[in-house]
Design a protein around this ligand. Structure first.
Ligand code: 13P
Ligand code: SF4
Length: 328
């Protein structure tokens, strides 16, 4: 059978996925932006940092990665001996697309005295050209370990970079990429929603533009937003990130009300990540069955990219001293 083989009619997908994951000794990792059916069957659901840590630590033979390609690439970079499959190889990311490696290399070369602090939402080639990778949950901890006088290039998300720059009063050269999902929230519609629910706090992801982040009571990664959801007082929370995360909130706090922040049309359907949405139960079943599509990375490139990822894993847990950084 190939990955394209049609499913036999009447296949019980959940039962088949459960059978195959045992047979393959596979671990299923899922991001919070995946659909509820996938989140509910995954062995682990997490943010980008937690998923990288899980991929580095698991002793499974196969990682079935329900997320986007840069996340599955990260799993392969950190666990090269494992088979890493992604249900749909077209599950990309607008931030990765915004940052072609040749242009990023030229940008770096034009600023030789800067280090490259790079958001994990980028290609393996861009990781290889970077000094330290960050995720939205590790960026603040890592930035604070970089000496104040060290010049920094931050890419590819200009909104996350701008947010960090304002919060820590650090000038950084920003790559002009954006997340199409977080870019789609409407400030006008958000303010209308706020009028409807006057006491409701807003939790926003730092990939949102400043005109959304400025209205937020909490700004943080997906796991940070989930923690905020578990601790806020009141009964309604407005959530300015990809709306599939609300599934976890509704499971943990069934008596509270979680509302996705609106896009320009007044609802949040435009904020569903079209890349994450490519992964389905059918494709997850097929990739466990066929062990395809599989992530493959050339060894020299992998080792180059691993340097900046390892640095992130070390610095995210505070195990590296200040002044340890220099340009790649
Ligand atoms: P985090 O889960 O790390 O906050 O990242 C959000 C995101 O956009 C992943 O693509
Ligand atoms: Fe990329 Fe945005 Fe989708 Fe995350 S939500 S994968 S940043 S396009």
């Amino acid at each position: 059978m190939t990955a394209q083989s049609p499913l036999p009619t009447g296949t019980d997908l959940l039962a088949e996925i459960n059978r195959l994951r045992k047979e393959r000794n596979a671990v299923i990792l899922a991001h919070y932006y995946q659909t509820p059916d996938i989140q509910d069957l995954a062995d682990f659901v997490g943010d980008s940092l937690q998923l990288s840590q899980m991929a580095a630590e698991t002793d499974a033979d196969v990682i079935a990665f329900c997320g986007v390609k840069f996340m599955a690439d990260t799993a392969k970079i950190l666990s090269p001996e494992k088979i890493v499959v992604l249900p749909d190889m077209d599950a990309g990311c607008s931030l990765e697309d915004s940052c072609p490696p040749d242009k990023f290399r030229a940008f770096r070369e034009a600023h030789p005295d800067h280090i490259a602090l790079t958001y994990i939402n980028c290609s393996t080639e861009v990781k290889a050209l970077s000094d330290v990778i960050v995720t939205s949950s590790s960026a603040e901890t890592i930035l604070q370990q970089i000496p104040k006088d060290q010049k920094i290039i931050f890419g590819p998300d200009r909104h996350l970079g701008g947010y960090l720059s304002r919060k820590f009063d650090r000038e950084m050269l920003l790559w002009p990429g954006v997340c199409i999902v977080h870019e789609a929230f409407s400030e006008t519609e958000l303010l209308k929603l706020k009028e409807q629910y006057p006491g409701a706090p807003i939790a926003a992801h730092p990939e949102c533009p400043p005109n959304i982040v400025d209205h937020a009571d909490y700004v943080g990664s997906t796991s940070g937003i989930l923690q905020f959801a578990e601790t806020f007082t009141g009964d309604t929370l407005i959530v300015a990130t990809e709306p599939h995360i609300i599934h976890q909130m509704e499971k943990a706090l069934p008596n509270k009300n979680f509302i996705g922040a609106p896009g320009a049309d007044g609802n949040c359907s435009c904020n569903i990540c079209p890349y994450m949405a490519l992964n389905t139960m059918e494709k997850l079943y097929a990739c466990l069955r066929d062990l395809e599509p599989r992530i493959e990375i050339e060894e020299g490139l992998r080792l180059q990219a691993k340097r900046s990822l390892d640095k992130m894993l070390e610095m995210a847990s505070g195990t590296i001293g200040q002044g340890d950084l220099g340009p790649a």
